[in-house]
Write a protein that binds this ligand. Structure first.
Ligand code: PEP
Length: 262
């Protein structure tokens, strides 16, 4: 008998990133989503919504009222590397935690481009998130220019090395591969291209974190929709999705969750 260990695929996660969208009027989307998640439909994945910080507490309240804290996790979209202080407009990891977030997206390409976030800054934020007891969803991805010049694996490998601190485990860290050119564009890489990047990320995670790296979830993100979710989620080492635009409406998001319907 072979002594090789069989590693079970990690439980997938479908996380919605609402970005700078949503007011209390949109809580009805969460009500509709929770109603389905708590109903007869069963999905073999974890589900999370990362709203703007202003909606974390109202969403948490609604979730509690609907007795659905197991069905729907909540996450922030960014946090500061410091625990508190003179950082106007920023939010700390502990503030997110106290508003009932269990995770935070870090290093999203929009933060990297709009706010000049480097791998070093992302790593410091990840450390702050883990210290506060949040999981980190760490985004990596190449630009179109980098894809065209054949540098994709080099770019995402460097981001992964530079953005992850040493304390990452499969319980506190999720990687999201998001090609920048696929975000909000309606374009997606081929399944072969997704498979190539996810395999490279998996190998890099295993090299650095051993068994923890085998079990870390690697999400795909970039124009995931109900019409392409099943195909993308079937790619080896794709353990779920980070969804932008299609997470804003409960029906679209549920159409993506259908890829994991039991
Ligand atoms: C995102 O910004 O994380 C994202 C994946 O966006 P979209 O699904 O809209 O492409």
């Amino acid at each position: 008998m072979s002594a090789q260990k069989t590693i079970k695929a990690p439980r997938p996660l479908i996380a919605g990133n609402w970005k700078m969208n949503g007011t209390p009027a949109d809580l009805k989307q969460i009500r509709a989503l929770i109603a389905k998640l708590s109903g007869k439909s069963r999905y073999a994945c974890d589900t999370m919504i990362c709203p703007p910080a202003t909606l974390l507490a109202p969403m948490a309240e609604l979730r509690a009222k609907m007795k659905a804290s197991r069905q729907l996790a909540l996450g922030g979209q960014d946090c500061h590397a410091n625990a508190s202080g003179a950082h106007t407009g920023d939010i700390s990891a502990d503030m997110l935690k106290q508003a009932k977030a269990s995770a935070v997206i870090l290093g999203h390409s929009e933060r990297r481009s709009d706010h000049g976030e480097t791998d070093k800054i992302v790593k410091a934020k990840v450390e702050a998130a883990l210290k506060a007891g949040l999981s980190a969803i760490i985004c990596v991805g190449e630009s179109l220019k980098e894809r065209k010049s054949g540098d994709t694996l080099k770019v995402v490998g460097k981001q992964l090395r530079g953005s992850l601190p040493d304390g990452c485990t499969s319980a506190n860290t999720v990687i999201a591969y998001e090609p920048v050119w696929a975000i909000g564009s309606g374009l997606t890489p081929t399944t072969e291209q997704v498979a190539q990047v996810h395999l490279a990320l998996r190998k890099a995670l295993v090299r650095r974190f051993g068994d923890e790296g085998s079990n870390m979830r690697i999400l795909y993100g970039g124009s995931v929709k109900p019409s392409n979710a099943q195909e993308l989620m079937a790619v080896p080492h794709v353990n779920g999705a980070l969804v932008g635009g299609a997470s804003l409406k409960a029906n679209d998001f549920l159409g993506i969750l259908a890829a994991y319907k039991q």
